[in-house]
Design a protein. Structure first.
Length: 63
């Protein structure tokens, strides 16, 4: 094996390692953001339901 071949193998291995690390970080961030989105939707629906119930109780029939 030539010395240049070993350099090329190390460059390819380094590039694959960097790509793997980037995908790992992106996957972790997406998973975290997904949970935040789910929590946000649940809180929004809870707030909307509370406002609908509270708003309905505050309405009075005017004669």
């Amino acid at each position: 094996m030539k010395d240049g071949d070993m350099d090329m193998i190390l460059k390819v291995a380094g590039a694959l390692l960097i790509i793997w690390l980037a995908f790992s970080v992106i996957g972790f961030l997406v998973k975290g953001l997904l949970w935040l989105a789910v929590i946000g939707v649940v809180l929004f629906l809870g707030t909307a339901a509370y406002a609908a119930i509270k708003g309905g109780a505050n309405r009075h029939i005017r004669s």
